[in-house]
Design a protein around this ligand. Structure first.
Ligand code: PLP
Length: 393
């Protein structure tokens, strides 16, 4: 059975064009781009091309692109590098809704002499910019705020936040893993010093990421080794993946309009129909300021895991909370930070779409989902009594 795949914020399928571009670099053109011979040199040319393609998507220069292994590595490199470059500064500003690649790292750093301010969000997942302003101090080494949230799709006001950090000469990093390819970015006009992206969220393979490093930003390599990436990240380049990411970046640029018309249209139809046909449902996150592909919907008095299992029988793939936190029965840290009541948070499902979804797939989910919720609710004593089945410890 072909899956009805609506879990694109967890990972995406590699685009056929990307796969095709990668294949020769495994078995025909396998030279090391650092080699002196022309067999390696021709691969270096393609790596250079890919660097340019990624830079164009971001509105950056090719020298500002550092290839890494994933979004998590880019996040770690950005934050650790800045702390190493500014050893006298011991304060980090971030938010409560970051991905674990930032959040767990900051929690770790908090046990190693750093002070971490985790900014709260409101019930719609929005930052309070006055609170953000107050958090910035002369001791702040870095601000790390995600551009868009992986669970709700809520977009933070990164332009404004970066400007405020710049005015205070504080390094500004953004985790744009979910943002790149979904909304247009132009780093030439945005005072961001560092940005993370991940290939497998934009139809490139897993195991390739990018750290954008603005020209002139101090950098202390995270991976020390050879001279690759201008000495900023040692290790022989993952040439097939880099070349694939270049093609994916070009595709993303071409498809940006589709994301904001076709994909958004599918998402809105899915969301609006569910809200209309299933009672006691709510969309989580600021509906006016979200990624076009993400719908996080709560079904009151139902367990998200139950919904996922029953949808799985029809081949429908979605997520409850982030893929990294599912497996735990705790509602996600994002929904908890937003203060979503437990009866709602437990039954939250994230549908995340891509250009490969179809109208027919939306019809299929709209048909299958309401009876699933009815079945689960008919088994729930809490649905009948309206009692809370879960309280925060
Ligand atoms: N940041 C965000 C917002 C994410 O959604 C993810 C992955 O889910 C990551 C970072 C980690 O990226 P990677 O899987 O490439 O390490």
């Amino acid at each position: 059975m072909k899956p009805v795949y609506m879990d694109n914020n967890a990972t995406t399928q590699v685009a056929p064009e990307v796969l095709e571009a990668m294949l020769p670099y495994f078995h025909e053109l396998y030279g090391n781009p650092s080699s002196m011979h022309s067999f390696g040199g021709q691969v270096m040319k393609q790596v250079r091309k890919a660097r340019g393609q990624v830079a164009t998507l971001l509105g950056a220069s090719p020298e500002e692109i550092i290839f890494t292994s994933c979004g998590s590595e880019s996040d770690n490199a950005a934050i650790r590098s800045t702390l190493a470059s500014y050893p006298d500064k011991k304060h980090i500003v971030t938010s409560r809704v970051e991905h674990p690649a930032v959040r767990a790292l900051c929690a770790h750093l908090a046990t190693h002499g750093y002070r971490v301010t985790e900014l709260p969000v409101d019930s719609e997942g929005r930052l309070d910019m006055e609170q953000y302003k107050r958090a910035l101090t002369p001791d702040t080494a870095i601000v790390s705020l995600m551009w868009a949230n992986n669970e709700t799709g809520v977009i933070f006001p990164i332009q404004k936040a970066a400007e405020m950090a710049r005015e205070r000469q504080i390094i500004f990093h953004t985790d744009a893993v979910q943002t790149v390819g979904k909304i247009p970015l132009n780093l030439a006009d945005t005072p961001i010093d560092m940005l993370s992206l991940s290939g497998h969220k934009l139809h490139a393979p897993k195991g390739i990421g990018v750290l954008y490093l603005r020209k002139g930003t101090k950098f202390s390599p995270f991976l020390i080794g050879g001279h690759q990436e201008r000495g900023r990240r040692g290790g022989t380049e993952a040439t097939p993946s880099i070349i694939g990411l270049g093609v994916a970046a070009e595709l993303a640029q071409k498809r940006m309009d589709l994301e904001n018309t076709f994909v958004k249209g599918l998402r809105d139809r899915l969301e609006n129909t569910i809200l209309k046909t299933v009672s006691n449902t709510k969309v989580n996150g600021d509906r006016d300021n979200r990624l076009p592909n993400t719908a996080n919907i709560s079904f009151e008095f139902v367990e998200g895991e139950g919904i996922l299992l029953m949808m799985d029988e029809f081949g429908i793939c979605a997520s409850s909370g982030s893929a990294c936190t599912s497996g735990s029965l705790q509602p996600s840290h994002v929904l908890r930070a937003m203060g979503i009541p437990f009866t709602m948070a437990h039954g939250s499902i994230r549908f995340s779409l891509s250009v490969y979804n179809t109208d027919e797939e939306i019809d299929f989910v709209i048909e299958k989902l309401p009876p699933i919720i009815d079945t689960l609710r008919s088994m729930s004593p809490y649905w009948k009594t309206g009692a809370q089945f879960c309280r925060e410890a």
